[in-house]
Design a binder for this molecule. Structure first.
Ligand code: NAP
Ligand code: ZN
Ligand code: ZN
Length: 349
């Protein structure tokens, strides 16, 4: 079994530390990728610290992976050696249930194989993610990266991109749709760019005034400080759709009131604790709350191609792997502009 350098969480409390990882021997359908960059998603932190109570250790996080294909199995048809490829949040699924057949592998009835903190289809071999130098993945769960230019801004699209693109498409956001985005972090800033590129009018809700200029630069038309009742009141009943990307506990009342008749708020943020659901704002104006999880493989490819066409990448701060724990501390404080991305070459330093 080939080995690769990695960083792992060994328990919920200790900092991540170096780890040597065994990858499986490549099978005929497998692609071996030399990882160039891996984004740091807030989900990495939630899981490394066992905030979702599902952690298994050692855990090598990372599901925003881009790199170069260095080997392909004899049955691989989709990718070639030398090509740039991406891997997102899942590396397998049952492939035959109705969700898988519809290209919605993330909702596989037998459960998808998460890229890390999950299991291969045998339900016992643990999976490990992109805070590592190499990964071996079945080609069916690998996407082709056709963006020209630098790759570091592409890596976050593999999770932040698809997680926001999929609900924007499912709820038919388009020209003139009044969209709210809550939280200007990794997911939020990509959501603003995507919604603006789809022709929507974007209102950004942030917990402070600090990101106002950035939000406008990224494509938001309005900026609202969500803790300021007077500012919130001006937006009552205005929006068709809200994408909520907040990673922590927060009050939903004012946000729901910002929806118009039949408007929907989709939760993609996954806070550690359940949120209180204010019912009266739902009854008034027949508003809805829904959820959405990442996106299927075909849609991930569609999203990457959309981003290539519209020249959308994430705004990133590239860090060496040795600074990953510092990055986690800053992520907790919402101090990231707007995605940390690991330069995986530093794993060999
Ligand atoms: P992030 O970069 O840390 O951004 C989260 C943003 O939420 C922050 O930048 C901040 O924006 C806002 N926020 C944080 N704490 C807050 C608080 N106490 N009150 C109000 N707002 C607060 O995280 P991310 O990587 O974008 O991920 C966001 C969430 O989505 C995480 O929970 C993650 O696990 C989840 N996620 C879900 C899926 C899915 O499939 N559904 C996929 C990926 C990630 P402001 O400074 O603008 O307020
Ligand atoms: Zn993620
Ligand atoms: Zn399935």
């Amino acid at each position: 079994m080939p080995t690769t350098k990695a960083y792992a969480a060994f328990d919920a409390k200790s900092p991540l530390a170096p780890f040597e990882l065994s990858r499986r021997d490549p099978k005929p359908n497998d692609v071996t990728i030399d990882i160039t960059y891996c984004g740091i998603c807030h989900s990495d932190l939630h899981q490394a610290r066992n905030e979702w109570q599902n952690a298994s250790y050692p855990m090598v996080p990372g599901h925003e992976i881009v790199g170069r294909v260095i080997a392909v199995g004899s049955a691989v048809t989709k990718l070639e050696v030398g090509q740039i490829a991406g891997v997102g949040c899942m590396v397998d699924s049952c492939r035959r249930c109705s969700a898988c057949e519809r290209g919605l592998e993330q909702y596989c009835e037998e459960g998808m194989s998460l890229t890390y903190n999950g299991f291969e289809r045998d339900k016992k071999t643990p999976t490990h993610g992109g805070y590592s130098k190499q990964i071996v993945v079945d080609e069916r769960y690998v996407v082709a990266v056709r963006q020209s230019g630098s790759l570091e801004g592409v890596a976050p699209l593999l999770c932040a991109g698809i997680t926001t693109y999929s609900p924007l498409r499912h709820w038919k956001v388009g020209k003139g749709t009044r969209v709210g985005v809550v939280g200007l972090g990794g997911l939020g800033h990509v959501a603003v760019k995507l919604a603006a590129a789809m022709g929507a009018e974007v209102t950004l809700f942030s917990s402070s005034d600090r990101k106002r200029d950035d939000a406008k630069r990224l494509g938001a038309h309005e900026y609202v400080v969500s803790t300021d009742a007077a500012q919130m009141a001006k937006h009552h009943g205005r929006l068709d759709f809200i994408l909520n990307t907040v990673s922590a506990e927060h009050d939903l009342t004012g946000l729901l009131l910002a929806l118009r008749l039949d408007g929907t708020m989709v939760m993609v943020g996954a806070p550690e604790k359940p949120l209180a659901l204010p019912v009266f704002p739902l009854l008034m104006n027949r508003r809805a709350v829904a959820g959405s999880g990442i996106g299927g493989i075909a849609e991930t490819q569609e999203m990457l191609d959309f981003c290539a066409k519209h020249q959308i990448t994430a705004d990133v701060e590239v860090i060496p792997i040795q600074k990953v724990n510092e990055a986690y501390e800053r992520l907790v404080k919402a101090d990231v502009r707007y995605r940390f991305v690991i330069d995986n070459a530093t794993l060999e330093a």
